[in-house]
Design a protein around this ligand. Structure first.
Ligand code: NAP
Length: 488
């Protein structure tokens, strides 16, 4: 990719708010800057929505709701399918855009593009399969009709770590179900959502069905939307801390909510595991997205007898990783999203070391432009270390040990989170026991990456409420209606 390509692409990204099918300036002409985390440079200056702009966006979604719900499922499906094809045609430029605003290596941005785009294809197929049932009641006195209706206008708040996939995972099922939407992307990575919204317009999406309100004041803009009685649904992906606050706000209006929250995934390696596969899985589960994924393995819990060998092998692999700006081909580790992320990685490593762990490689921030942190392996992590209870959200692989299966399960479940777990074992019976015993919404059994548009993504405990993707995903945007027809 040349610098000229980057400039040309960025110049084509809309800078306004998308409200009612029009790209408009924010109230008072307010703007904010988007930066490339690899260089710290401003790459685009865009409209900065106010609370009043947010309500205008909700007005547009409400105005479009009835017509969109009445649009034939096949038509809704065709629009989603058209958007899928446009995204596929523009894969290279959307991947580059994600790398520019978020920092991930281009190869991974291409992977996210393929994954994120699948939600458009999957839900274009699901849009025409919304069904209900009809049948005689047990008493034989009436027929029961059970049908599905769109929930109604929905508000989406998405994080910065997967700029395309977090938007398509919400927008696609909502549109398939017949709901209109307002989306607020994270201030650090709004450009992909803006570009994607322009693609939806190109695919023929009617005005007001998707509205975009990027803002530098997410709390102030979101609160009045969530409090508005016309809103029917809130779907959020982000930290558990913010999710908890949003659930409290949504409780006022008894809103339907979907919450995709924090992770802290355990990665268990049993002595009977195929160690080559476990190491490959560990590299993917830990370093994909520079460790900044809710599904990132956070705690490597390895059987004592193989822990040293596991640490030696992952250290060797980590030392060979290429660090740099994500736009350079071959780079595996790009910058972290900001200075705060670097400071967090540093302090978690320092705390682990203070409590007795050893840094096998890395452990330091990288001086110079951008917010880089060395890919790191920390072994011998002791119970009570912060790195075992907090999401690292950085390229730090932390290894603790266990002695037997019961201890492994106890350590893995010792967290308020329950998004995903990874287990490496060649013992089939043990694998099945782990499916039952680990308290997570998802599991990789001898697999380091599990996400798929056809699978229900989501957590238990404080990792969230609801599922995105799979057959389940569309039901987050449908409400069930029961009608009785007496037998005359
Ligand atoms: P975050 O701080 O919770 O932010 C997520 C989104 O919420 C952003 O759009 C942010 O906007 C917005 N936000 C922040 N405070 C808000 C408020 N008071 N009211 C309304 N919106 C508010 O999370 P993050 O640090 O960006 O993302 C990382 C977290 O997301 C991690 O915990 C990760 O595990 C989680 N995550 C979960 C999943 C999943 O599917 N379970 C997927 C990806 C990420 P601004 O940034 O513009 O303020």
């Amino acid at each position: 990719m040349t610098a000229q390509n980057e400039t040309d692409l960025l110049a084509r990204i809309p800078t306004g708010l998308l409200i009612g099918g029009e790209w408009i300036a924010a109230e008072g002409g307010k703007t904010f800057d988007v930066r490339d985390p690899a260089t710290g440079e401003v790459i685009r200056t865009i409209a900065d929505a106010s609370p009043a702009d947010g309500i205008r966006a909700l007005d547009a979604a409400v105005a479009a709701q009835d017509a969109w719900a009445a649009t034939a499922p096949r038509k809704r499906s065709d629009i989603l399918r058209g958007a899928f094809e446009l995204v596929r045609d523009r894969a290279e430029e959307i991947a580059l855009l994600m790398t520019l605003e978020m920092g991930k290596p281009l190869s991974e941005a291409r992977g996210e593009l393929a994954y994120g785009n699948e939600f458009l294809r999957w839900f274009s197929e699901e849009a025409v399969r919304i069904s209900g049932r009809y049948g005689l009641n047990p008493e034989g006195t009436g027929n029961m009709i059970v049908s599905q209706r769109p929930v109604g206008p929905s508000y989406f708040i998405t994080p910065w770590n997967f700029p395309l996939a977090m938007a398509t995972r919400k927008i696609a099922p909502a549109l398939a179900a017949g709901c209109t939407t307002v989306i607020k992307p994270a201030a650090q990575t709004p450009l992909t959502t803006l570009y994607f919204a322009s693609i939806l317009q190109e695919a023929g999406l009617p005005a007001g069905v998707v509205n975009v309100i990027q803002t530098s004041t997410s709390g102030a803009v979101s609160a009045p939307i969530i409090a508005d009685p016309r809103l029917r649904k809130l779907s959020f992906t982000g930290s558990t801390e913010v999710g908890r606050r949003l659930i409290a706000q949504a409780a006022e209006g008894v809103l339907r909510v979907s919450m995709e929250l924090g992770g802290n995934a355990p990665f268990l390696v049993f002595a009977d595991a195929d160690l080559d596969k476990a190491v490959d899985g560990a590299m993917l589960a830990k370093f994909r997205n520079i460790g900044q994924a809710c599904t990132a393995a956070n705690r490597f819990i390895v059987e004592e007898s193989i822990a040293d060998e596991f640490a030696r092998r992952v250290t060797e692999r980590v030392q060979a990783m290429r660090i740099g700006r994500g736009t350079e081909e071959g780079v595996q580790i790009g910058p972290l999203i900001d200075e705060a992320a670097v400071a967090k990685a540093k302090s978690l490593v320092a705390d682990a070391v203070e409590r007795g762990a050893t840094v096998r490689t890395g452990g330091e921030a990288i001086e110079g432009a951008g917010t880089f942190f060395q890919p790191t392996v920390v072994a011998g992590v002791r119970p009570g270390s912060d790195i075992l209870s907090e999401e690292i959200f950085g390229p730090v692989l932390a290894i603790a040990t266990f002695r037997d299966e019961d201890e492994a399960v106890r350590l893995a479940n010792d967290t308020e989170f329950g998004l995903v777990s990874y287990v490496f074992t060649t013992d089939l019976a043990r694998g099945h026991r782990m499916i039952d015993r680990l308290e997570t919404g998802m599991m990789g059994l001898n697999a380091g990456v599990i996400s798929n548009a056809a699978a229900p993504f989501g957590g238990v405990k404080q990792s969230g409420v609801g599922r995105e993707g799979g057959f389940e995903g569309i039901h987050e945007y449908l409400s069930t209606k029961y009608t009785l027809l007496p037998v005359s």
